[in-house]
Design a protein around this ligand. Structure first.
Ligand SMILES: Nc1ncnc2c1ncn2[C@@H]1O[C@H](COP(=O)(O)OP(=O)(O)OP(=O)(O)O)[C@@H](O)[C@H]1O
Length: 784
């Protein structure tokens, strides 16, 4: 047997032994799980039988309470144990299939023995020998695998730094307990395994990358220093992957104090949420909270306005160039996303502290019972040293006390008597019982007509006033819409605003535009965050102090204003912010966003990590897509070969459709193919043209997931996702002629893993003109 074969044989024997041990441990755990489960069922079923209930006197009642508490604690302990056992069983089942993916041999300085460390998705301890047969990939010692090639190496253990020499690095591909591949490597993480992983066809679900994490990605995953960690990386460089493995790492490292609920990930759209949903469970961890900024806005703003979503804003920006308001809107969106506009809102708040806060009348039975003027007088009579929020709260308390007075005076009114007469039987009964419980009167006294009327009038007035009281408690006496609108209707000098850096004329235009929309009860997307910020600052900012880690993916699509908002919202959290400025596609993006973010963390530790190597696409696709960029970016392709991107000129859309049908029907073996359009409008049209000829799925902003097969998708919804093959529907000059569409075009093309096909009609986009001809195949020329 050759040395290699011998080694393989020895490793296979070890795997067999480890799996045997795992299986018997699994059987034991399964048995324990089922015992605990029946304990739980039995406790639940017999809960009240096992508790001695006796309420005869205070002593007995106290004993009853103790007995209930003990029983509840016992149940909770069992449930807790079950949760843990269940997690261990799930992890062990995964380990039985693939016990580990790598081995390292490490000789610690000053020690004789070489330690063999096998790395898997979870640790496995041999109870007999008390030896770790598998180490969790997140254990301190495992970082040796990710950070070093053969030679001197060190890692940080709880007791301090351990130095030594890395003597072997071996990777395995194990399926159902059988070694299918084994590579010894000197490089940080060998190319062979990575080649194998990256060469596979994509799924509609992202996969974990623990076996092939690269050194620079590992820095992100294990970073513990930065309060703000900024990750800037090229398309496909593994930003999302690093973020997700980082969540898994944090959940492992701080398992005693951190749970998944305390981590929140902001992602670009709901479909992306489902795309990444499996990664953490695959690693044996629960998913963190996932949301989009839009979902947060909708949740916080309720239905007070019709709030535009970012996709509609995007669609407008891409399709409405010929509309009259287009340029003003662009200006408005850009300004309202800036930190300068945040300063405008803050100046406005200072102004409101002294005058002009807008209130709503308190109306009861169609009559104004407390007017806006009275409310305003009261509010501005309060000590100006108090914050607006505190004064609003004091005003609410005052209003409630005024209503108490009103409640008393109303009881004698005629309408109350009328209503009492019309009380239906159920209400009457209900109220009678309620008052009896409160021992306000007995059966005898309720027979007394006068008293009955008196008590019922209390009830009737309370009931009628209850919606008004609720409104006051919800602070609805503030007219938030009018307050926001006033910013754009009152003269800037009267409001004492310094508008910069835009001109007065620009500001006037923005004001007119905004007013028009607010009058129609429409809140443009760019106004949603400023409006919410203003509202929160007046009503009391509901900050979230329970979230410990915030992740923002596709951060280039956040405005400076939104960053400031998020920092305010999560004052105690550590932030990991991942983005690629070349994929910034929204109207509000600014190149200064990250700088603004850094300023917000001024005085706290900030770390920036750059990822320049790109893994998603073949070398040919990466070289091509990098040439789309205006500036020469440092993007280093991973060395995986495929065919060059193909560019095809067609006479019209019908010809493109015919060719796509032909390709999908006769010439495609891919699991996932995306036909990427510029807008939803175009995607809908293409779907109509294709749906009768091939099986396709149309994706829109409401889509929550996509399946394998062929999808038609607008470019802005394909953010963060990838496909085996990308067909760019029409890269004509008409579609991608302006400089502003460069990032959108780049984002669309960088979604391709193995094949990129670009069609155009008439004249091609100028972004193609600059690409060296040797980087693609011009099929039109060949065929012509
Ligand atoms: N170390 C790695 N090992 C294996 N696969 C990797 C690795 N890093 C990245 N990948 C793969 O590369 C692809 C791109 O990764 P990911 O989506 O995380 O990149 P990204 O930087 O977030 O991309 P984009 O900004 O373009 O959305 C994924 O298929 C991912 O699994």
């Amino acid at each position: 047997m050759s040395e290699n074969k011998q080694e393989l044989h020895t490793e296979q024997i070890r795997i067999n032994q480890v799996i045997e041990k795992m299986k018997s441990e699994l059987a034991l755990l399964e048995q324990q799980t089922s015992t605990v489960k029946s304990d739980i069922l039995s406790i639940r079923r017999n809960f009240w039988e096992d508790v001695t209930v006796n309420m005869d006197d205070a002593v007995e009642a106290g004993e009853t309470a103790t007995s209930i508490k003990q029983q509840a604690e016992f149940l909770s302990e069992r449930e807790h144990r079950h949760k843990h056992l269940h997690k261990d069983v799930k992890n062990l089942r995964r380990l039985v299939e693939t016990p580990y993916f790598a081995r390292i041999d490490f000789k610690e300085d000053g020690e004789q023995d070489i330690e063999r460390i096998y790395l898997g998705i979870a640790s496995f301890l041999d109870n007999e020998s008390d030896e770790f047969l598998v180490y969790d990939w997140r254990a301190p010692i495992s970082s040796l695998y990710y950070d070093y090639s053969l030679g001197p190496a060190k890692f940080t253990a709880p007791g301090g730094t351990v130095t030594g020499e890395l003597q072997l690095k071996r990777q395995f591909i194990i399926k159902d307990g059988i070694i299918e591949g084994m590579f010894d490597t000197g490089l940080t993480i060998g190319d062979e395994l990575l080649q194998e992983v990256l060469g596979k066809q994509s799924n509609a679900q992202m996969k974990s990358i623990v076996a092939t994490i690269q050194k620079e990605q590992n820095k992100i995953i294990r970073n513990e220093k930065g309060k703000l960690l900024i990750v800037q990386g090229a398309a496909g460089s593994g930003k999302t992957s690093a973020a997700l493995q980082r969540v898994a790492f944090l959940l492992y490292k701080y398992r005693e104090t951190l749970n998944a609920e305390e981590i929140v990930l902001f992602s670009p759209n709901p479909m992306f949420n489902s795309y990444i949903r499996n990664v953490l469970p695959e690693l044996g961890e629960e998913n963190m909270q996932q949301t989009t900024f839009q979902q947060y806005l909708e949740f916080s703003l309720g239905d007070s306005f019709h709030v535009e979503d970012p996709f509609s804003q995007m669609e407008y920006m891409l399709t409405a160039q010929h509309e009259q308001d287009y340029e003003v809107r662009k200006k408005s969106a850009k300004y309202k996303s800036s930190i300068q506009f945040l300063h405008v809102v803050e100046q406005y708040l200072t102004h409101l502290s002294n005058e002009n806060l807008v209130f709503q009348d308190i109306v009861f039975r169609n009559e104004v019972v407390i007017s806006t003027l009275e409310i305003s007088d009261y509010f501005y009579s309060l000590d100006k040293q108090l914050s607006i929020t505190n004064r609003v709260k004091l005003t609410a308390t005052w209003l409630l006390s005024e209503l108490k007075k009103l409640e008393k005076s109303e009881r004698k009114k005629e309408w109350v008597e009328d209503e009492i007469q019309y009380l239906d039987k159920e209400e009457y009964q209900f109220y009678f019982q309620k008052l009896s419980k409160q021992k306000r009167f007995s059966q005898d006294t309720f027979d007394d007509f006068e008293r009955e009327q008196e008590q019922l009038s209390i009830y009737v007035v309370k009931r009628a006033l209850s919606p008004v009281i609720k409104k006051i408690k919800r602070l609805d006496f503030l007219n938030m819409k009018a307050i926001y609108q006033q910013l754009f209707t009152l003269n800037q000098n009267d409001l004492h605003l310094t508008i910069s850096p835009i001109t007065n004329l620009d500001w006037q235009e923005i004001c007119q535009y905004t007013s028009k929309h607010l009058n129609n009860n429409h809140l443009p997307y760019e106004d949603a965050t400023p409006y919410l910020y203003l509202k929160e600052m007046i009503e009391g900012f509901k900050v979230n102090t329970s979230v410990k880690y915030v992740f923002i993916d596709e951060a280039q699509d956040y405005s400076s204003f939104q960053f400031a908002f998020l920092k305010h919202l999560f004052p105690n959290s550590r932030f990991t912010v991942l983005g690629d400025i070349n994929q910034a596609i929204y109207a509000h993006h600014s190149h200064t966003g990250i700088e603004v973010l850094k300023n917000l963390f001024n005085g706290e530790s900030i770390e920036t990590i750059k990822l320049t190597r790109s893994y998603r696409s073949t070398k040919q696709i990466i070289e091509f897509t990098s040439a789309i960029l205006e500036k020469n970016e440092e993007i280093e392709p991973f060395n995986r070969n495929g065919q060059k991107p193909i560019i095809l000129e067609k006479n019209d859309e019908n010809e493109i459709i015919a060719q796509i049908v032909d390709k999908i029907k006769n010439n495609s073996t891919y699991k996932t193919t995306a036909i990427i359009c510029k807008t939803q409008k175009e995607a809908n049209r293409v779907f109509d043209l294709l749906k009768d000829s091939i099986e396709v799925e149309l994706i829109d902003k409401r889509s929550n997931q996509f399946d394998s097969g062929v999808v038609i998708i607008p470019a802005y919804l394909a953010k963060g996702i990838e496909f085996d093959c990308v067909i760019l529907f029409n890269a004509s000059y008409e579609q991608y002629g302006s400089e502003e569409t460069r990032n959108l075009f780049y984002t669309a093309c960088t979604r391709a893993m193995h094949e990129l096909l670009i069609f155009y009609t008439m004249e091609a986009t100028p972004f193609l003109a600059n690409i060296p001809e040797e980087l693609y195949i011009n099929k039109t020329k060949i065929e012509g």
